[in-house]
Write a protein that binds this ligand. Structure first.
Ligand SMILES: *[C@@H]1O[C@H](CO)[C@@H](O)[C@H](O)[C@H]1NC(C)=O
Ligand SMILES: *[C@@H]1O[C@H](CO)[C@@H](O)[C@H](O)[C@H]1NC(C)=O
Ligand SMILES: *[C@@H]1O[C@H](CO)[C@@H](O)[C@H](O)[C@H]1NC(C)=O
Ligand SMILES: *[C@@H]1O[C@H](CO)[C@@H](O)[C@H](O)[C@H]1NC(C)=O
Ligand SMILES: *[C@@H]1O[C@H](CO)[C@@H](O)[C@H](O)[C@H]1NC(C)=O
Ligand SMILES: *[C@@H]1O[C@H](CO)[C@@H](O)[C@H](O)[C@H]1NC(C)=O
Ligand SMILES: *[C@@H]1O[C@H](CO)[C@@H](O)[C@H](O)[C@H]1NC(C)=O
Ligand SMILES: *[C@@H]1O[C@H](CO)[C@@H](O)[C@H](O)[C@H]1NC(C)=O
Ligand SMILES: *[C@@H]1O[C@H](CO)[C@@H](O)[C@H](O)[C@H]1NC(C)=O
Ligand SMILES: *[C@@H]1O[C@H](CO)[C@@H](O)[C@H](O)[C@H]1NC(C)=O
Length: 437
């Protein structure tokens, strides 16, 4: 049985279309380059001698940090964007240093740091590094300090010496302090503050004297109420207090945060109702109050916030009818209200197709009880949304209609492709055999 030549051609074409791209893409998949060992023989004054270049003392310091300097670190883009220089003469100086994905355990020696004290920005990301001492010159010049997943543990007192910071980001590092005030007490110029996933304990500080625009304390062990010091930050655009142990009511002074765009108070133990003062925060885009113990009804004014795109009120004790219409809900990117057992939606205003994760209201404005599923016999799309509860934190309308389709599709394609490949191999072997005769 000899395959028709045209068929052979067709299969070889298939081979090229399906297999060749996979080979080429896999061979070019980004393997993170390790620092190319700078050739020790090349003198620092190679072809770029004519240009102003980095201070030799800083070159030595960079070499001690395994940053290749065979190419002028001041040329952009630098190796892994690790370095940025000023334009002073005769030598340029480093103003920003970012160490990321360090391959070995680094130590920032005092000598190296002292010669690097022109830095205004120091960033350590995924870099296991030993604790180090800041020279006074560096303390004075540093404005931005980022520390992500880099030490096992740091102390609040150690951080607190960085008085002149405008941007502080600490994440996935355990911070030992009796409260945020220890760290922030003397940082009078902060604009942006993130201390997240740091197991920070204590209370929110009673006094924050600065023009903060961004505060993120998410993923800590902070307790107590939201103090007035927070709601007095008029420039605040984003506030994230999610996943702490905060309690009490959301203060109505939250309405004083007139610049606020993003707010998350999710996963705490806030109680009471959603304050009316939210209506005076005109630019709110992202509001996440999920997983608390908020009660009362959902205020209708939320639908008058003209920029709102993300609204998550899931897993609270809210009751009554959802006060929004279909077009408002469809305009949101995320809308979640599931996990509020006394909340319901008005059947004649909202369609069950929105899959809100709550049941519809009876004529008294209470959720129809779950057994009312019998009702749905008169309507082919079931109104009883309790069967959606596999979506654990309420419901996202973007998840509808997905079911388990994609997996089956992928499996189908995989089977089809492997059959084709098998067939090709078989035919090639077969044709070779035939030719051999
Ligand atoms: C360096 O920064 C530029 C511009 O921000 C960016 O396009 C590039 O991907 C960065 N390179 C690396 C290796 O991170
Ligand atoms: C560091 O590693 C992460 C994850 O492996 C990667 O996404 C990132 O681009 C890397 N950054 C640099 C500068 O190599
Ligand atoms: C902060 O910077 C100013 C100069 O900009 C300097 O005079 C002051 O000493 C610095 N503060 C600290 C604590 O280093
Ligand atoms: C925070 O504490 C928990 C439990 O005590 C621990 O599993 C987690 O690793 C700690 N997080 C950090 C960033 O140290
Ligand atoms: C906040 O900013 C204003 C003007 O933008 C400035 O006058 C004031 O000194 C700043 N306050 C602090 C504590 O930095
Ligand atoms: C708050 O922080 C959490 C965890 O760090 C994050 O998932 C969430 O997107 C943040 N929310 C806002 C509004 O910044
Ligand atoms: C809501 O919770 C607050 C505080 O827990 C409580 O005082 C109030 O009675 C509750 N209101 C309703 C309507 O359940
Ligand atoms: C604010 O929320 C929007 C919409 O959810 C999101 O795209 C943006 O990244 C958030 N910004 C900050 C600073 O969290
Ligand atoms: C839906 O609600 C929004 C916000 O309250 C309102 O502006 C809009 O007119 C309403 N649409 C309809 C069709 O009622
Ligand atoms: C549902 O909406 C209709 C039409 O607006 C209204 O007449 C009815 O009273 C509402 N039902 C409940 C329980 O709010």
């Amino acid at each position: 049985m000899k395959p028709h030549p045209n068929f052979q051609l067709l299969f070889i074409l298939f081979l090229f279309i399906f297999i060749f791209p996979t080979i080429t893409t896999s061979s070019s998949s980004p393997s993170l380059p390790l620092p190319p060992t700078p050739s020790p023989t090349s003198p620092p004054s190679s072809p770029t001698t004519s240009k102003t270049t980095l201070d030799p003392k800083q070159i030595t310091a960079l070499q001690s940090l395994n940053i290749p300097t065979s190419k002028d670190p001041c040329t952009q883009p630098s190796y892994h964007n690790a370095t940025l220089c000023d334009s002073s003469k005769p030598f340029r100086h480093l103003i920003s240093l970012t160490l990321s994905n360090c391959t070995s355990h680094l130590s920032l020696s005092f000598t190296a740091l002292k010669s690097l004290s022109t830095l205004t920005s120091l960033n350590l990301i995924n870099c296991p590094i030993s604790p180090f001492h800041f020279p006074q010159e560096l303390i004075t010049s540093l404005k931005t300090f980022t520390f992500i997943n880099s030490f096992n543990k740091i102390s609040g007192v150690w951080l607190s010496q960085l008085h002149n910071l405008t941007d502080l980001t600490i994440s996935n590092v355990q911070v030992k302090a009796s409260g945020p005030y220890v760290i922030l007490g003397h940082m009078n110029y902060l604009n942006s503050l993130t201390i997240s996933n740091a197991n920070l304990t204590g209370f929110l500080p009673g006094h924050i004297h600065s023009n903060l625009t961004h505060v993120d304390f998410s993923g800590n062990q902070l307790k107590g109420n939201i103090p007035f010091s927070i709601t007095m930050l008029e420039s605040l655009e984003s506030l994230n207090l999610s996943s702490n142990k905060l309690v009490g009511e959301i203060p109505s002074s939250i309405g004083d945060l007139i610049s606020l765009k993003n707010l998350s108070l999710a996963s705490n133990s806030f109680s009471g109702s959603i304050p009316d003062s939210f209506s005076s925060v005109p630019d709110l885009v992202h509001l996440d109050l999920s997983s608390n113990q908020l009660n009362g009804t959902i205020p209708k004014f939320i639908s008058q916030l003209k920029n709102i795109k993300y609204l998550n009120l899931a897993n609270n004790n809210l009751h009554g009818a959802v006060p929004f219409n279909q077009s408002f809900i469809k305009g949101l990117e995320v809308f979640k209200v599931g996990g509020n057992s006394n909340l319901c939606y008005n059947h004649s205003i909202l369609s069950s197709k929105l899959k809100l994760g709550i049941s519809h209201c009876d004529k008294y404005g209470k959720p129809v009880s779950p057994p009312a599923a019998k009702d749905s016999s008169e309507d082919d799309s079931s109104d009883d949304d309790y069967d959606d509860s596999d979506d654990d934190d309420g419901s996202s309308k973007h998840k509808k209609d997905q079911h388990h389709g994609p997996n089956k599709f992928v499996l189908g394609v995989a089977i089809a492709l492997s059959s084709i490949v098998f067939l090709i191999v078989f035919l090639i072997v077969c044709s070779k055999c035939c030719r051999g005769r």
